[in-house]
Ligand binder design. Structure first.
Ligand code: WT7
Length: 653
């Protein structure tokens, strides 16, 4: 399954059906987009009415993008409650409609249909449990749960009482969990006994036990009894959530919150070793999640929306929970994996629940494409009207397969480019308004003004076609507000390289039609199966092992994962390379960070290519990993050019 290096320039205009049904057609897009850029106050002031406000806002936008003074505020004097917007306001009209369809890992376990009324009661009970544990407005709650309804209850319960949640992906290791609990100063952790996935079980509670050894002994642990598997139990610290939910009141008032009060913190990797706590607001974030969910996916009443992401990532926050529920939709929550019990699972779930919009990652598409078309063809996918992708650039082969085999050439594909930091979609074709091109993110969403900068000078490039670094000129309501506990790091990371702009860290191309194509990260962040990974994080994990003297990590093209993790490792003098040591280092990184960081390739490096000032030349390491040694470029500035020859001749195939 080779990846093309040339873009596929075919243009697919929207079908008449799609245009007729869509909320936004081409003319409307142009008109709305123009208004959103020329009059953001007026535009967003109007859009803000999508939400229910306890006290309406009188100011819309108050933003400063200048380095040193960065400050981002939307609807700042407005008062609302996010959970009330996602639940209570729907009760009168759709209390008996399904809010969440829970599809368990095991296809023989019946799905659960949770109505808005049910959701209201569960969230209220969970909120009362949190209150009973002393959680107050502004306190942080870490949620370390698998894809089960309790994850949604916990997030919304925090929102209901004004606590700030931080969901930690259940695939992260105890160390990664402990770092996050400590960084945000969480008062409690919510976890589950064990988590079934693909027929296997992850021991979540025992991971939490291991993590909590490194945290304050004041941190409580709320345990969801999901599988009933046995776990250790520490009296006084561990609390049985399900039992307590039965005893507390089924009602809990939704607390009035300021639009700028933080809704959640979500950790994401950057180019330094320590993940950043991305802080999102209550008002602006929810509005942006709801509006993008409706318009990008052309959501209509009665649709069944399925985003296959995990709630541990921002995609799950915005498009499993907050966007769909704010719109009163039916959202699917899937506990399992695409290939269990076999590669037809996604399509079987689409058929079973009559999914109308399906949103997944290119890595999943590539993996399923490799299994053959029969798995798709045995399922009835006639309910699907629209397909979406997110997380990484999609190669034309995967796009075309998705379009033809899954969508039968009838479903628009929205390739949505965005980031943890942006809260919601930033660039995507809109179904009734834009043509699509295999691999292009096409057009900016309303209120988003992308600019392509010349990387060195930072000058805006106005002509097309062109290529450069992607920045955003002004704020949008879903933008992150700060890095938890470190506003300086926020400014440094996003506002210092190109002054006056938000720097995305991505490169991009604008073609002759003015359409955007994301080309990938321009920093030391790699994208492994749609998960963002700082190479520095993997390096710090490796050097923490006693046998390792030095390590350098780069990405390289990988057929399924998009990018794989290639590690150059220099051992301590007294250590000898061996296959056992490769295995040991792999499992070491898995325990330090989690399985998603597992190295694909480990190459022993007696020396690393460094400049005379000691800086590792990653450009060269990337070329060797890509097996593109013909274009290494200038190596004359290296302190010891001979290390390059050694790395090339000992390249791990
Ligand atoms: C990075 C953000 C929020 C989405 C889930 C990942 C890459 C994301 C696309 C796309 C090309 C994409 C970018 C971005 N990316 N979507 N449609 N086409 N690249 O969120 O972990 O914050 O990663 O993912 O490089 O910067 P994330």
């Amino acid at each position: 399954m080779p990846h093309s290096t040339q873009p596929d320039t075919t243009v697919y205009p929207p079908s008449d059906d799609t245009v007729a049904r869509a909320h936004v057609d081409a003319a409307r897009y142009d008109e709305m987009y123009k208004a959103s850029i020329t009059d953001p106050e007026g535009f967003w002031g109007e859009q803000g009415k999508r939400l229910d406000w306890i006290k309406p806002y009188s100011t819309v936008k108050d933003v400063d993008f200048s380095y040193g003074n960065v400050s981002i505020n939307w609807f700042s004097d407005g008062v609302l409650n996010v959970a009330a917007n996602c639940i209570d306001r729907h009760l009168a009209t759709r209390g008996d409609q399904t809010a969440i369809i829970f599809e368990p890992d095991d296809p023989d376990t019946p799905a659960q249909h949770i109505t808005y009324k049910d959701l209201h009661e569960k969230v209220c009970r969970m909120a009362n449990v949190l209150l009973s544990q002393g959680v107050m407005r502004g306190d942080r709650v870490v949620i370390y749960l698998p894809m089960i309804p309790e994850a949604a209850y916990a997030m919304l319960a925090c929102a209901r009482i004004g606590a700030i949640h931080s969901v930690v992906f259940a695939g992260f290791s105890p160390d990664a969990l402990a770092n996050r609990v400590n960084d945000c100063g969480a008062k409690l952790v919510i976890t589950a006994d064990t988590a079934p996935r693909g027929g296997r079980r992850t021991a979540l509670k025992s991971n939490a036990d291991a993590a909590l050894l490194h945290c304050s002994d004041k941190v409580r642990c709320l345990v969801v009894k999901h599988t009933g598997d046995q776990t250790t139990w520490i009296n006084g610290r561990d609390v049985d959530v399900n039992a307590l939910m039965e005893t507390v009141a089924p009602d809990c008032p939704a607390r009035p919150m300021g639009a700028e009060d933080p809704l959640f913190v979500l950790y994401t990797s950057g180019s330094t070793g320590k993940p950043k706590g991305v802080v999102h607001s209550s008002g602006g974030y929810l509005l942006f999640a709801a509006m993008t969910h409706e318009i990008t996916f052309d959501y209509h009443e009665g649709d069944v929306f399925w985003c296959t992401a995990d709630v541990g990532w921002v995609t799950g926050h915005s498009y499993i929970i907050y966007g769909p529920l704010a719109n009163g939709a039916t959202t699917v929550m899937f506990e399992g994996v695409p290939t269990y019990p076999d590669a037809s699972r996604f399509w079987q779930v689409c058929e079973k629940h009559k999914v109308t919009q399906f949103y997944t990652a290119p890595t999943a598409i590539r993996a399923l494409m490799g299994q053959g078309n029969q798995f798709v063809e045995k399922s009835d996918l006639s309910s699907i009207r629209l397909l979406g992708t997110v997380g990484e650039p999609i190669n034309p082969e995967a796009w075309n397969w998705y379009n033809e085999v899954v969508g039968k050439g009838k479903c628009p594909i929205v390739d949505t480019w965005w980031q943890t930091e942006t809260g919601g979609h930033m660039m995507t074709p809109l179904p009734g308004a834009h043509a699509t091109k295999p691999g292009a993110a096409m057009k900016p969403f309303f209120g988003v003004e992308p600019v392509v900068l010349e990387p060195q000078s930072g000058e805006e490039i106005h002509e097309s076609p062109t290529e450069g670094v992607l920045c955003i000129k002004d704020s949008w309501p879903g933008q992150m507000r700060t890095v938890w506990g470190d506003h300086e790091r926020f400014q440094q990371t996003y506002f210092s390289d190109y002054k006056g702009y938000y720097f995305t860290g991505d490169g991009c191309r604008r073609d002759a039609d003015g359409d955007y194509w994301i080309t990938g990260r321009v920093d030391d962040v790699i994208n492994v199966s749609g998960h963002r990974m700082g190479t520095a994080e993997v390096e710090s994990a490796l050097v923490a092992h006693a046998a390792v003297a030095e390590a350098a990590v780069v990405g390289y093209p990988h057929d399924i994962k998009g990018q794989g993790i290639y590690c150059y490792v220099t051992l301590m003098n007294d250590q000898n390379p061996s296959d056992d040591l490769v295995k040991e280092l792999r499992s070491w990184v898995r325990t330090e960070i989690g399985p998603i960081a597992s190295p694909d390739v480990i190459q022993w490096a007696p020396g690393l290519p460094k400049t005379r000032s000691g800086k590792i030349m990653r450009r060269i390491l990337r070329k060797i990993a890509e097996n593109d040694v013909g274009s290494l470029g200038d190596t004359s500035t290296l302190a010891d050019p001979s290390v390059v020859d050694d790395l090339i001749s000992n390249r791990t195939k």
